[in-house]
Design a protein around this ligand. Sequence first.
Ligand code: TXA
Ligand code: MG
Length: 315
Amino acid sequence: MTELLQPDAEGIARATQLLGEGKLVSFGTETVYGLGGDATNDRAVAAIFAAKERPSFNPLICHFPDANAAFLTVIANDRAHRLAEAFWPGPLTLVLPRTRDCPVSLLAGAGLDTLAVRVPAHDIARAMLREIDRPVAAPSANRSGRISPTTAQHVLAELSARIAAVLDCGPCSVGVESTVLDLSGEDAVLLRPGGVTVEAIESTIGAVSHHHSPGVLRSPGLLASHYAPRTPVRLDATNVQPDEALLAFGPALPGAGSVFNLSEASDLTEAAARLFTALHALDAVGAQHIAVMPIPGHGLGRAINDRLRRAAAPR
Ligand code: TXA
Ligand code: MG
C-alpha cells in the first residue's frame, strides 16, 4: 500500500526515512509531482525507471534545497550562478558538468558526464530535501507516455502500489515542467521550454540558442552516444574469448579475460543499477571487445537493451 503523507513535520520525517532506505517517494513541487529516489543509490534510481516503465534510461533531474547544495555536485559557471540567483527556487533546471567526485549515481544521469539540477519553489519539498541532505532524483511521477501529475491523487491513480509513499504537497501552482537549459557547452541551449520563459532567461544571460524546435527534446539517443564506451561492444554473446571483457547476466560464460556480472541472480533491477558502472569498468581494462550476454527484453530489460544497442552502434 502506498502511504499518503501529510505536509507536516511528521510526513516530511517519514518521507525522508523512506528515501533514506532506498524506497520511492513522490512529492509535489511548483511544477508537477516528482517520483523521488535517493540519487546516490543505484538501486533506488533503477527502481524509479522500473516504476515508470520507461523504455530507455532518460537522464533524471536531481533536486536540492538550495543552490549551494546543487553546486556541490556540478561545476557551475558564471551564467549558472546568475540564473540561480535570479530564478531559484523556481521552475528552471540547469545542465552542467558533473564534479569529479559527484556522488550521484551514473544511472541517474544515464551515463552522461553532465547532470541536470534544480531547486524547486515549494516549501514542503525543500524542507524534505533539506532534511534528507542528499540529492533526490525525480522524473515526473507518471508512467511513461502519460501526462504529468499535478495532485497527490493523480500520483496515486498512476503509481499506487509501485511506490512507498506520496507526500501530499497540494495542487502544483505552475503545472508545467521546469525549463531545461544546457549550460555545459559554449552556448546556452534550451532543451525543454517550461515554467521560466526564454525571454526571462535571455534578460539575465543574453541569447539562448534553440538548436531544436521548441517542444522537441534533444534526443536522449543523441546524448547517450557521447558516452558510448571506447571498446567495441558485441551483443548477444554466446561464447567469449580471453582477449574480451564479458558483461555477464546470470551465470557467466567461461573464458573471458575479465568479467563484470550485472546480476548473478538474473535480477533486472539489480542489472540496471549496475549497468553504467559496469560499462565504465570494462571499458577501462583495454579488451578487444566488450562481449555482452543476452539480457531478457521485458521490464527494465527493455531499457538495458536499448542502452546496450546504442553502445554497440557503429560510430
Ligand atoms: O518540473 C520538472 O522538471 C519535474 C519536477 C518533478 O522537477 N521533473 C521532470 O523530470 O520533468 P523528467 O524526468 O520528466 O524530465 C527531465 C528532463 C528530460 O527531458 C531529460 O531529457 C532532461 O530533463 N535532462 C535530464 N538530465 C539531463 C542531462 N544531463 N542532459 C540533458 N538533458 C537532461
Ligand atoms: Mg516527464
